[in-house]
Design a protein around this ligand. Structure first.
Ligand code: SF4
Length: 701
């Protein structure tokens, strides 16, 4: 506290996975100011438009859920109840279903915006005490293909690099990502690095010409869904021109011969034709990658959200492996995390197919370790329902009840009509959220008001494995409680032992204990340590003096034999454009909005950038359909329709249209929800849905 009575706290931005450090100042009147933390390694004081306007979302309580609400039967209005009544009901209903239909009749659907302590608690509750692996998260919608890719190739979900590597690299391959809008501070670092050293090459591969192309030396505007073909074609050029690291391949990898045979089997011209790219552009990309001293690939949802998201990840990681560009300064395959704590969620094992501290759910010894630490008989072996599977199970009646925490699936899951049907068919729906503007609240039998950003303490892990502590700065409004406390109170109502945590620090301590001896060992960490010393990159075992900046510097990978695996994997099968739906719809984010807009949608400054949903359509496609610029159009397919304004844009290729994913309920006239149209096909390995490739038609309204 300074002389004026202003309190100062360090924290982390609660939006994207860049995880920028912020300084929060609270004056004597309780007003909040948020500025960039100049000492933070991620952002060095910079903030993007979303981060700069964070304080508005903290002080504006106009949409906040303030009290538990409950209804006794569908069709009845929800009424305010006290916490005891609400959690007694939750315990009675969940208890009844578990007794009658078994533990897999209930499930928890949570969020990459939960703090690690919250993720830890719900994961322990579901897997250790309810006895189900039906705990999944909206991270399934953004990062699970990257998790699968890292696990299969490097042995574990382990982003190998640090943000500091950006300034040490001289070739960036940004593919399936638009960091200029979605990870802006990271992008600014690349931009500044390139400005200082014009020899730094930036290659962007994206079916759209996004803002990230503004610094690109080469934009590979490939056809949607052809990423694997492109990476294999680049690999072919690297192999044919001797620009691979044979010694690294021989000493540290498996699977190269099969991969070489596979990529050499497809002529370059054929690959270029499939991708819709000139051969010379593919050769140019390969030349720059092959010549680089430090090569970093960066990707996000453009790769992950696909029926072959895992194959795309593997094919991209292969480029780093065959060139030996990993485990050294300025090099490595780097997945850009969408949400602020998707990484923390994975670390506690908070997904249907994961186990605590990157342990393997299929390994009986690993399950035993976790069960012993939780003091329970066992942890179920079979993976639970993943995000889309949970909603399928609610529709089929296999799952009876769902507890949704900090996420808005009615807007964010694919094929919205199916999601709505699932929630209508569910016997019991609990929604735990901060905002009544979440469209999912409309389906809740029980609404539990949660504390939001700066209203609770805990930790998060950003994209480069950096764990940060977030202070509690203000009181939550009304009767809202921290998510972890709600879950612990519920657990105690259920009679479960092991949820008597006094503080979030105690929960974190238990999580740290579970990591001991694993590859993500953070047994040397505590809330206290983070408060005193700032952020730390894992692993950080007991006795460590500093975090781990870069993984695999000894070229020992986390696979059983210590060698990275070069995979050769087949493409999945997305929808095919046809006579009825000849256009490919791809969805994504815009610069100033976040997810389903329940927070950013109430900040007028952020709405000034783009204030309504739209569809980008190439002028040729628009002309064929008699659509003028800014006409209202209907975008349709057999799953639904969306009415939006058409924007003529050469940023999309002919045959491709783009709708932003954010709009759903807040401030929206015709409910222009992109996910009315998106395909619910999923990658067979990662179970991540294909938001980037759905077939549609567009017609004038
Ligand atoms: Fe927040 Fe991401 Fe912007 Fe940084 S880049 S200020 S973490 S939204």
């Amino acid at each position: 506290m300074d002389q004026t009575g202003t309190e100062k706290y360090k924290s982390t931005c609660s939006y994207c996975g860049v995880g920028c450090g912020v300084i929060v100042e609270k004056n004597v009147g309780g007003q909040i100011e948020i500025t960039g933390d100049e000492s933070h390694p991620a952002n060095k004081g910079m903030l993007c438009s979303k981060g700069m306007n964070l304080h508005y979302t903290v002080s504006d309580h106009s949409d906040r859920l303030l009290h538990p609400q409950m209804r006794w039967a569908r069709g009845q209005p929800r009424r305010r109840v006290d916490w005891d009544t609400a959690l007694d009901r939750a315990a009675a209903v969940f208890g009844t279903f578990i007794d009658k239909y078994g533990p897999d009749s209930v499930g928890f659907y949570v969020s990459g915006q939960c703090l690690t302590e919250e993720y830890y608690t719900v994961n322990k509750l579901a897997k250790g005490f309810v006895g189900t692996n039906n705990i999944d998260t909206n991270s399934r919608l953004c990062m699970s293909s990257a998790v699968a890719g890292y696990k299969k190739s490097l042995g574990e979900d382990s982003p190998p690099i640090s943000y500091d590597d950006i300034e040490l690299a001289n070739c960036f391959f940004i593919t399936g990502a638009n960091p200029a809008w979605c990870h802006p501070i990271l992008f600014r670092r690349i931009e500044a690095h390139k400005e200082k050293d014009p020899d730094v090459k930036v290659i962007v591969a994206d079916p759209r010409e996004t803002q990230s192309c503004s610094i690109a030396d080469l934009h590979l505007q490939l056809n949607p869904g052809t990423d694997t073909v492109l990476y294999h074609a680049i690999a072919r050029c690297l192999i044919e021109n001797g620009r691979i690291d044979e010694s690294f391949i021989e000493k540290h990898t498996d699977g190269f011969e099969e991969f070489r045979a596979r990529v050499l089997s497809q002529p370059l011209e054929e690959a270029a034709d499939t991708c819709g790219l000139p051969v010379r552009e593919i050769k140019q990309a390969a030349r720059w990658i092959g010549d680089a001293n430090g090569f970093i690939s960066m990707w996000a949802m453009g790769l992950n959200q696909s029926v072959d998201g895992t194959a795309k990840n593997l094919a991209l990681i292969n480029l780093s492996l065959i060139t030996g560009q990993i485990g050294k300064p300025g090099a490595g395959p780097f997945s850009l995390t969408g949400q602020p704590n998707a990484m923390g969620g994975r670390e506690v094992g908070g997904m249907a197919n994961l186990l605590s501290a990157h342990r393997d759910l299929g390994n009986p010894e690993h399950r035993r370790e976790v069960a012993d630490l939780w003091n329970v008989n066992s942890v179920p072996a079979e993976p639970g329902y993943t995000a889309t599977e949970m909603f399928d199970a609610l529709r089929s009646g296999d799952m009876k009840a769902i507890w949704i925490i900090c996420t808005n699936p009615v807007v964010s899951l694919p094929h919205s009509a199916m999601v709505e049907e699932a929630l209508e068919k569910a016997k019991f729906v609990i929604v735990q959220d901060i905002s009544q503007d979440s469209a999912t609240v409309d389906y809740a039998d029980l609404v539990l008001p949660a504390a939001g950003y700066l209203e609770k303490e805990g930790t998060m892990t950003n994209s480069d494995r950096r764990i940060s502590y977030l202070n509690k700065v203000v009181e939550a409004p009304g009767e809202a409680l921290p998510d972890a406390e709600i879950l612990c109170r519920f657990a105690r109502k259920m009679g479960y032992r092991g949820f008597d945590f006094d503080t979030a620090a105690d929960i974190f301590a238990e999580h740290c204990k579970l990591t001991r001896g694993t590859n993500i060992d953070i047994s040397g960490l505590s809330h206290e340590y983070l408060k005193q010393n700032g952020t730390v990159q894992w692993p950080f075992p007991e006795g460590a003096q500093e975090g781990t900046r870069r993984l695999f510097t000894d070229h020992e990978f986390y696979t059983q034999n210590g060698r990275a695996k070069i995979h050769t994997q087949d493409k999945g099968r997305p929808e095919r454009p046809g006579e009825n739906n000849p256009l490919v719809l791809t969805t994504g984010r815009i610069r100033d909005q976040w997810h389903t807009m329940t927070r950013t949608g109430k900040v007028s400054r952020l709405n000034q950038h783009i204030d309504e949903a739209y569809v980008d359509i190439h002028p040729e496609d628009a002309q064929k359909r008699g659509i003028d610029n800014e006409d209202v159009v209907e975008v349709t397919n057999e799953r639904g329709e969306v009415r939006v304004r058409a924007i003529h844009s050469e940023a999309v290729k002919p045959g491709v249209v783009f709708i932003p994913m954010h709009w759903g309920k807040v401030l929206q006239k015709d409910f222009p929800r992109a996910n009315n149209l998106t395909s619910d096909r999923v990658d067979p390995v990662s179970k991540e849905p294909d938001f980037k490739f759905s077939t549609v038609e567009v017609s004038k309204f």
